[in-house]
Design a protein around this ligand. Structure first.
Ligand SMILES: [Mn+2]
Length: 331
């Protein structure tokens, strides 16, 4: 269905860099100045009241909204599963590197975007599709990395974070990426996140190991299960410690209301620039019937019924994952 810019009052977007750039593009097209930044699970769990006058972008579709722009394959599959006809929804879906690219492609023949706005679309592509071949590239002091880190910086006050994302959405329309990164607020958030990275790098060091059958150290295992508290783990950092490894697997306990449960969570991803078409991490978890995901990244969880078995279960699941990984590698 045709997108009529006068039908909408608010942009509901992902609270990451692609979401912010997508909002800037849509705001410049429609003149909308009201934004709601949120995460995908909040849309799925219906945490917000959404209206026909909302445009959703870079997030799962909601039947309550009026238009939808997205690039996540899983969200499209969900529409097919719910038997919703995508041609009935104003907006656009396409498997691009970023949602910003989807929006740009949809409007580029009808509207001329400023050079400033256009320069942010490459940044959205790079950051959202993780186009980095090494940890050094990921940590580079360049606008794409600085803006991504500034947004990722933890902010205890949710309102402050929202104010920041709103301001950023407006600034992107006026300032080049270089100029934006010269701002004091961006600089300080970037360095605060880089301090967190440094801390994380040290934190993971003692909890890394390899399975003894993994003689070439292919899969870095970051095992949080012996820690008393839950920590956010930055998986790419594993490859600073072990640059030649091919994948990283984080194993941790589930936490409920800050208390540690025996149940286990796994997240698995390929290393920088690892391109092996035979490897499919999502397939490994599907085969074991514990989770799902893409070729390059997947997550899983499983229930431990008896705490006494936890250690054994963990060891056996890690071994099974490694066996399937080896099978994929040799086919
Ligand atoms: Mn995105």
């Amino acid at each position: 269905m045709e997108f009529n810019k006068d039908n909408y009052k608010r942009i509901v977007s992902h609270n990451d860099l692609d979401g912010v750039i997508s909002s800037s593009l849509l705001s410049s097209i429609t003149g909308i100045k009201q934004f709601l930044f949120t995460g995908p699970t909040n849309i799925i769990n219906k945490k917000h009241v959404l209206l026909e006058t909302d445009i959703i972008c870079d997030l799962p579709y909601s039947t309550c909204c009026g238009a939808w722009f997205d690039h996540h394959t899983g969200n499209l599959e969900d529409l097919n599963y719910r038997k919703i006809d995508i041609t009935s929804i104003p907006g656009s879906f396409s498997e691009q590197d970023s949602c910003a690219r989807v929006i740009y492609n949809y409007f580029k023949d009808k509207i001329s975007f400023s050079d400033i706005l256009k320069s942010y679309i490459d940044i959205a592509d790079e950051v959202d599709s993780f186009k980095y071949d090494s940890p050094l590239e990921w940590l580079a002091e360049k606008p794409s990395r600085i803006l991504d880190f500034a947004i990722k910086d933890k902010c205890d006050d949710l309102n402050k974070k929202i104010v920041f994302l709103n301001r950023l959405t407006n600034l992107i329309k006026e300032l080049t990426p270089q100029k934006l990164c010269e701002m004091k607020e961006i600089k300080s958030k970037d360095s605060s996140y880089r301090a967190f990275i440094k801390h994380n790098l040290e934190m993971i060091k003692p909890i890394i190991y390899f399975l003894k059958e993994d003689v070439n150290n292919e899969i870095v295992i970051i095992d949080q299960t012996r820690l008393r508290f839950q920590n956010a783990i930055l998986r790419p950092l594993a490859f600073i410690h072990y640059p030649r490894s091919l994948a990283v697997l984080v194993i941790s306990n589930k936490f409920q209301n800050k208390s540690k449960k025996a149940d286990l969570l796994l997240s698995f991803s390929l290393g920088f620039g690892v391109k092996d078409d035979k490897i499919d991490l999502g397939e490994i978890f599907r085969t074991l019937n514990i989770g799902d995901g893409h070729k390059g990244a997947a997550s899983a969880s499983f229930v431990i019924y008896d705490k006494k078995d936890a250690m054994k279960m963990k060891e056996s699941i890690l071994r099974e994952i490694f066996i399937l990984w080896q099978k994929q590698r040799v086919i």
